[in-house]
Design a protein around this ligand. Structure first.
Ligand code: NAP
Length: 483
């Protein structure tokens, strides 16, 4: 059999890693990207202060280490430049079809191929599709009554409006998640007034960051082992994590975070409003150096009365107050638990992926779904939360490459994961998660409306990689060619 042709949907960190595997294997492939170029979430999220809270020496590909990271937690422009450079150096530019939104994937039981349809109505057939759309691709903008009568401007963090600065403006910022704790400290000092609307308090721990000196950068360049030590340290820190509600680590982190809040916020009333009642990790763990200091500024106000509506001049809260502002920033997150929600996917026998996932997405090791042959999902269900996502993506893309090589060796037209192995895996991980912080007493985006945890992997990063590497071909159904 000739090598299968492959469509990769998305040119972020996953699509780039996949493209590199496919190029190395000599596959004919196309990377479709709705944006203008490589980078994915690191191209979209340009808000002030955007950075990655995974140490950069570990938030980078093992096959493209970067001795030149300027600091422990590189900011968005530096990460985007790194991703673009890796993609271009590995020859992916000629495979990229940018500014092209894929809307539909349809499997044919007759031809054993996928038809990929774009928003412009262009159709193209491929033997294999790899979704690399990620988990944080669809912004959530709450449907507040009266939003259309507001005369000021509004934007979501992933669509930051850089045309007009927030400096000197009265600003409302909705949400206190991973994005807000980065942009609020970056913009707060220069605003005329900033109201931070908090629905649920969340733990924010201290962040220890090193800006690398010229001497260090030269050392990393000269002696790669010196930089590898930093990578290894970050990797090991993640491997030690324990997400059990009752674990010593959870108790310790909760104590540390409470101590940090008390040390940073002197006002007892503000402390009380910022104090969560859940363990650390129930919501995504956060760390910051500037968050509490920004909230303590005299012209910054933390509002906990729920937003009930927009007015012409701002936002009204349940206590009746009207908050007049020029700009409203939605730091309200993403539809993280609605995997592949921008794609209409029809698999074997006409089944719809979103019907199959009506009670919450699930896959086998986050990567393959029964009923959907020759489809692989990078950063798919239950692959989040325990280590650098780059590490997970590398494991997944190596696995996909192995499956494609196997298809060629076996002369198979299609490969599909078995139902029983998938069901057993999902029953196992849901059991393993029952007593974790993710399932404890807070609202978080890990859980689908059905209550099922669809985002988190309950074991260590190495367990994920080892299990994928050890997957038996016997757990998959291999379809011979039709001719
Ligand atoms: P998020 O963590 O999901 O936080 C959304 C915030 O908006 C929460 O505080 C939420 O309140 C609030 N919210 C949502 N709907 C609301 C409503 N109707 N009214 C009032 N408040 C509302 O979103 P995010 O901060 O954009 O971060 C999303 C994810 O992006 C992160 O968890 C992370 O995975 C990724 N990220 C990563 C980094 C990094 O450094 N690696 C940085 C930024 C983002 P509740 O808590 O009450 O739901």
């Amino acid at each position: 059999m000739s090598k299968p042709t492959v469509a990769v949907i998305g040119a972020g960190p996953g699509g780039i890693a996949m493209g590199i595997q496919l190029a190395a294997g000599g596959f004919d492939f196309t990377v479709f990207e709705r944006g203008a170029g490589f980078g994915g979430t690191w191209r979209n999220n340009t808000y002030p202060g955007a950075a990655c809270d995974v140490p950069s020496h570990f938030y980078s590909y093992s096959f493209a280490l970067n001795p030149r990271w300027s600091r422990t937690y590189a900011d968005q422009p530096e990460i985007l430049a790194y991703l673009e450079q890796v993609a271009v150096e590995r020859g992916l530019a000629e495979h990229l079809v940018a500014d092209t939104r894929v809307t539909e994937l349809r499997w044919s039981d007759q031809t054993h191929r996928w038809t990929v349809t774009t928003a412009a109505g262009v159709r193209q057939e491929f033997d294999v599709v790899v979704s690399a759309v990620g988990m944080l691709d669809v912004p959530t903008i709450p449907d507040f009554p009266g939003a259309d009568r507001f005369r000021g401007r509004t934007f979501h963090t992933s669509q930051w409006d850089h045309a007009t600065s927030t400096a000197g403006q009265r600003v409302a910022s909705i949400g206190t998640g991973a994005s807000a704790i980065q942009y609020v400290p970056a913009i707060a000092a220069d605003t005329a007034h900033l109201t931070v609307f908090q629905r649920t308090p969340t733990w924010v721990g201290p962040r220890f960051e090193e800006v690398f000196t010229d001497e260090q950068l030269e050392l990393f360049e000269r002696e790669p082992d010196a930089a590898l030590k930093l990578r290894d340290k970050a990797f090991q820190d993640y491997e030690l994590a324990d997400f059990d509600v009752e674990s010593d680590i959870t108790r310790y982190l909760t104590k540390i975070s409470k101590g940090y809040l008390y040390a940073e916020i002197a006002d007892p009333d503000l402390r009380t409003r910022l104090l969560p009642d859940h363990p650390v990790g129930c919501k995504r763990p956060l760390s910051s150096t500037g968050w509490f200091a920004a909230l303590a500024l005299p012209h910054v106000h933390v509002e906990t009365s729920p937003i009930v509506e927009f007015t012409e001049r701002g936002l009204r809260t349940a206590d009746g107050a009207e908050h007049e502002v020029d700009t409203v920033i939605y730091g309200t997150g993403f539809a993280a638990s609605d995997y592949l929600s921008t794609l209409e996917v029809t698999g074997r026998g006409g089944r719809r992926l979103h019907d199959d996932w009506a009670d919450g997405a699930e896959a086998y090791l986050g990567t393959a779904v029964p009923g959907y042959p020759n489809l692989f999902t990078l950063y798919g269900p239950n692959t989040n939360g325990v280590t650098s996502i780059i590490y997970i993506l590398e494991a997944q893309t190596e696995f996909v490459r192995r499956m494609l090589d196997d298809m060629v060796d076996r002369g198979a037209a299609a490969v599909e994961v078995g139902r029983s192995v998938t069901d057993a895996f999902n029953a196992e991980i849901q059991r393993a998660m029952a007593d974790t912080v993710w399932m404890s007493n807070c609202n978080n985006y890990f859980r689908h409306a059905s209550g099922k945890n669809v985002t988190q992997f309950p074991y260590r990063g190495t367990a994920f990689a080892e299990r994928l590497a050890a997957v038996s071909p016997d757990d998959f159904l291999w379809t011979p060619p039709t001719h």
